[in-house]
Write a protein that binds this ligand. Structure first.
Ligand code: MD3
Ligand code: FE
Length: 221
Protein backbone atom coordinates (compact mmCIF):
# COMPACT_ATOMS: atom_id res chain seq x y z
CA UNK A 1 0.00 0.00 0.00
CA UNK A 2 1.31 3.48 -0.89
CA UNK A 3 1.07 5.90 2.06
CA UNK A 4 -0.57 9.18 1.04
CA UNK A 5 1.31 12.48 0.97
CA UNK A 6 -0.12 13.64 4.27
CA UNK A 7 0.98 10.60 6.23
CA UNK A 8 4.48 10.71 4.73
CA UNK A 9 5.08 14.45 5.16
CA UNK A 10 3.20 15.38 8.33
CA UNK A 11 5.39 15.54 11.44
CA UNK A 12 4.88 12.42 13.49
CA UNK A 13 4.62 12.52 17.29
CA UNK A 14 7.68 11.40 19.21
CA UNK A 15 7.69 7.77 20.27
CA UNK A 16 9.86 7.81 23.34
CA UNK A 17 11.40 4.47 24.25
CA UNK A 18 13.71 3.71 27.15
CA UNK A 19 16.65 1.44 26.28
CA UNK A 20 18.98 0.40 29.13
CA UNK A 21 22.53 0.37 27.69
CA UNK A 22 24.39 -0.73 30.81
CA UNK A 23 24.09 -0.27 34.57
CA UNK A 24 23.80 3.52 35.01
CA UNK A 25 23.34 4.31 31.30
CA UNK A 26 19.93 4.73 29.70
CA UNK A 27 19.06 5.74 26.14
CA UNK A 28 15.80 7.72 25.92
CA UNK A 29 15.07 7.46 22.21
CA UNK A 30 13.35 10.56 20.75
CA UNK A 31 13.13 12.12 24.22
CA UNK A 32 14.14 15.55 22.82
CA UNK A 33 12.33 15.28 19.49
CA UNK A 34 9.44 17.55 20.47
CA UNK A 35 11.95 20.14 21.80
CA UNK A 36 14.42 19.89 18.92
CA UNK A 37 13.46 23.19 17.26
CA UNK A 38 13.64 25.05 20.58
CA UNK A 39 17.01 23.45 21.39
CA UNK A 40 18.43 24.40 17.98
CA UNK A 41 17.15 27.96 18.46
CA UNK A 42 19.07 27.91 21.76
CA UNK A 43 22.21 26.73 19.97
CA UNK A 44 21.84 29.65 17.54
CA UNK A 45 21.53 32.10 20.46
CA UNK A 46 24.56 30.65 22.23
CA UNK A 47 26.76 30.57 19.14
CA UNK A 48 25.81 34.14 18.18
CA UNK A 49 27.64 35.15 21.40
CA UNK A 50 30.23 32.37 21.79
CA UNK A 51 30.93 31.01 18.29
CA UNK A 52 31.96 27.43 17.56
CA UNK A 53 35.72 27.00 17.49
CA UNK A 54 38.18 24.13 17.05
CA UNK A 55 40.14 23.66 20.26
CA UNK A 56 43.63 22.18 20.48
CA UNK A 57 44.51 19.11 22.50
CA UNK A 58 47.41 19.17 24.98
CA UNK A 59 49.34 17.14 22.35
CA UNK A 60 48.96 19.96 19.85
CA UNK A 61 46.31 18.42 17.58
CA UNK A 62 43.33 20.46 16.44
CA UNK A 63 40.09 18.69 17.35
CA UNK A 64 37.84 17.86 14.38
CA UNK A 65 34.71 18.59 16.44
CA UNK A 66 33.88 22.30 16.73
CA UNK A 67 32.84 23.30 20.26
CA UNK A 68 31.39 26.01 22.42
CA UNK A 69 29.69 26.15 25.83
CA UNK A 70 26.94 27.77 27.82
CA UNK A 71 26.32 27.90 31.55
CA UNK A 72 28.48 29.05 34.48
CA UNK A 73 31.38 26.82 33.40
CA UNK A 74 32.66 25.70 29.99
CA UNK A 75 34.94 22.85 28.98
CA UNK A 76 38.11 24.08 27.33
CA UNK A 77 41.21 22.43 25.94
CA UNK A 78 44.53 24.01 24.98
CA UNK A 79 48.26 23.34 25.18
CA UNK A 80 48.09 23.42 28.99
CA UNK A 81 45.40 20.73 29.31
CA UNK A 82 41.67 20.19 29.71
CA UNK A 83 39.62 22.06 32.31
CA UNK A 84 36.38 23.86 33.09
CA UNK A 85 36.61 27.63 32.97
CA UNK A 86 34.14 30.40 33.90
CA UNK A 87 35.38 32.61 31.03
CA UNK A 88 35.44 31.87 27.32
CA UNK A 89 39.16 32.20 26.48
CA UNK A 90 38.30 33.38 22.95
CA UNK A 91 36.38 36.39 24.33
CA UNK A 92 37.65 36.80 27.92
CA UNK A 93 34.00 36.92 28.97
CA UNK A 94 31.57 34.59 30.74
CA UNK A 95 29.92 31.89 28.66
CA UNK A 96 26.32 32.67 27.67
CA UNK A 97 23.65 31.47 30.10
CA UNK A 98 21.98 28.13 29.42
CA UNK A 99 18.78 28.74 27.46
CA UNK A 100 15.68 27.83 29.51
CA UNK A 101 14.79 25.02 27.08
CA UNK A 102 18.23 23.42 27.67
CA UNK A 103 17.90 23.43 31.47
CA UNK A 104 14.36 22.13 31.43
CA UNK A 105 15.14 19.21 29.13
CA UNK A 106 18.34 18.27 31.01
CA UNK A 107 16.57 18.25 34.38
CA UNK A 108 13.59 16.29 33.08
CA UNK A 109 15.66 13.67 31.24
CA UNK A 110 17.91 13.17 34.27
CA UNK A 111 14.80 12.71 36.43
CA UNK A 112 13.39 10.18 33.92
CA UNK A 113 16.61 8.20 34.37
CA UNK A 114 16.54 8.29 38.18
CA UNK A 115 18.54 11.47 38.92
CA UNK A 116 15.84 13.86 40.23
CA UNK A 117 18.26 16.46 41.67
CA UNK A 118 20.47 17.10 38.61
CA UNK A 119 21.39 20.79 38.29
CA UNK A 120 23.84 21.22 35.41
CA UNK A 121 26.26 24.17 35.53
CA UNK A 122 27.92 23.43 32.17
CA UNK A 123 26.70 22.56 28.72
CA UNK A 124 29.28 21.63 26.10
CA UNK A 125 27.95 22.06 22.57
CA UNK A 126 29.69 19.85 20.00
CA UNK A 127 29.27 20.28 16.24
CA UNK A 128 30.27 17.43 13.92
CA UNK A 129 30.68 18.02 10.18
CA UNK A 130 31.11 14.92 7.99
CA UNK A 131 34.43 13.29 8.90
CA UNK A 132 34.56 14.80 12.42
CA UNK A 133 35.12 12.28 15.21
CA UNK A 134 35.89 12.03 18.92
CA UNK A 135 38.39 9.36 19.89
CA UNK A 136 37.83 7.06 22.85
CA UNK A 137 38.09 8.99 26.15
CA UNK A 138 36.74 9.30 29.68
CA UNK A 139 35.00 12.43 31.01
CA UNK A 140 36.84 13.11 34.24
CA UNK A 141 37.32 16.86 34.51
CA UNK A 142 34.15 17.24 36.57
CA UNK A 143 34.33 17.61 40.33
CA UNK A 144 31.79 14.98 41.41
CA UNK A 145 31.45 11.71 39.49
CA UNK A 146 28.24 10.85 41.39
CA UNK A 147 26.54 13.44 39.13
CA UNK A 148 25.39 12.09 35.76
CA UNK A 149 25.99 13.52 32.28
CA UNK A 150 22.99 14.06 30.01
CA UNK A 151 23.66 14.05 26.25
CA UNK A 152 21.28 15.17 23.50
CA UNK A 153 21.81 14.32 19.82
CA UNK A 154 20.44 16.56 17.07
CA UNK A 155 20.72 16.32 13.28
CA UNK A 156 22.70 13.67 11.43
CA UNK A 157 23.07 10.28 13.14
CA UNK A 158 26.39 9.21 14.64
CA UNK A 159 27.91 5.86 15.52
CA UNK A 160 28.66 6.09 19.23
CA UNK A 161 31.17 3.72 20.85
CA UNK A 162 30.61 2.68 24.44
CA UNK A 163 33.42 0.84 26.18
CA UNK A 164 34.37 -0.12 29.71
CA UNK A 165 36.41 1.34 32.54
CA UNK A 166 39.70 0.52 30.81
CA UNK A 167 40.72 1.87 27.41
CA UNK A 168 41.27 -1.61 26.00
CA UNK A 169 37.86 -2.98 27.07
CA UNK A 170 35.58 -4.07 24.21
CA UNK A 171 33.21 -1.42 22.82
CA UNK A 172 29.59 -1.65 21.74
CA UNK A 173 28.29 0.63 18.98
CA UNK A 174 24.97 2.46 19.08
CA UNK A 175 23.53 4.79 16.48
CA UNK A 176 22.53 8.07 18.15
CA UNK A 177 19.85 9.86 16.16
CA UNK A 178 18.04 13.19 16.08
CA UNK A 179 16.19 13.70 19.36
CA UNK A 180 17.91 10.90 21.27
CA UNK A 181 18.93 11.58 24.87
CA UNK A 182 21.32 9.46 26.92
CA UNK A 183 21.85 9.74 30.67
CA UNK A 184 25.21 8.42 31.89
CA UNK A 185 25.52 8.02 35.62
CA UNK A 186 26.40 5.64 38.42
CA UNK A 187 28.78 2.87 37.33
CA UNK A 188 28.64 4.09 33.66
CA UNK A 189 29.93 7.55 34.50
CA UNK A 190 33.62 6.81 33.92
CA UNK A 191 33.27 4.40 31.01
CA UNK A 192 35.31 5.09 27.88
CA UNK A 193 33.32 6.37 24.92
CA UNK A 194 33.82 8.00 21.54
CA UNK A 195 32.16 8.89 18.25
CA UNK A 196 33.17 7.44 14.86
CA UNK A 197 33.69 9.76 11.89
CA UNK A 198 30.36 11.34 10.93
CA UNK A 199 29.02 10.14 7.58
CA UNK A 200 27.96 12.56 4.86
CA UNK A 201 24.32 13.48 4.80
CA UNK A 202 21.69 16.15 5.10
CA UNK A 203 19.24 16.54 7.94
CA UNK A 204 16.11 18.69 7.73
CA UNK A 205 16.78 20.25 11.15
CA UNK A 206 20.55 20.91 11.00
CA UNK A 207 21.74 20.56 7.40
CA UNK A 208 25.00 18.66 6.94
CA UNK A 209 25.98 18.32 10.58
CA UNK A 210 25.31 16.75 13.94
CA UNK A 211 24.99 18.78 17.13
CA UNK A 212 25.48 17.15 20.53
CA UNK A 213 24.71 18.86 23.83
CA UNK A 214 26.29 17.42 26.97
CA UNK A 215 25.00 18.70 30.28
CA UNK A 216 27.29 18.36 33.25
CA UNK A 217 27.63 19.32 36.87
CA UNK A 218 31.25 20.41 36.58
CA UNK A 219 31.75 22.47 39.74
CA UNK A 220 30.91 21.79 43.37
CA UNK A 221 27.29 20.93 44.16
C1 MD3 B 1 29.54 7.95 28.52
N1 MD3 B 1 30.49 13.70 23.45
O1 MD3 B 1 31.50 15.72 24.83
S1 MD3 B 1 27.84 12.14 24.05
C2 MD3 B 1 31.89 14.59 25.16
O2 MD3 B 1 28.37 12.71 20.88
C3 MD3 B 1 31.39 13.43 24.38
O3 MD3 B 1 29.51 14.51 21.15
C4 MD3 B 1 30.01 12.70 22.54
O4 MD3 B 1 31.80 12.34 24.62
C5 MD3 B 1 29.22 13.36 21.45
O5 MD3 B 1 32.65 14.36 26.10
C6 MD3 B 1 29.29 11.64 23.21
C7 MD3 B 1 27.71 10.75 25.03
C8 MD3 B 1 28.47 10.67 26.29
C9 MD3 B 1 28.85 11.76 27.02
C10 MD3 B 1 29.47 11.60 28.23
C11 MD3 B 1 29.72 10.32 28.75
C12 MD3 B 1 28.72 9.41 26.79
C13 MD3 B 1 29.33 9.22 28.01
C14 MD3 B 1 30.31 10.11 30.01
C15 MD3 B 1 30.49 8.86 30.50
C16 MD3 B 1 30.12 7.76 29.74
FE1 FE C 1 32.87 12.39 26.54
Amino acid sequence: MTPDLFSTLAPQPARVTLVPLAPGAVLLRQRALAQAEALLAGVAEVTAVAPFRWMSTPNGYRMSVAMTNCGALGWVSDATGYRYAPLDPARDAPWPAMPAAFLELARQAAADAGFPAFEPDACLVNRYAPGARLSLHQDRNEHDFSQPIVSVSLGLPAAFQFGGLRRGDPVTRYLLEHGDVVVWGGPARLRYHGVLALKDGEHAATGACRINLTFRRAGRV
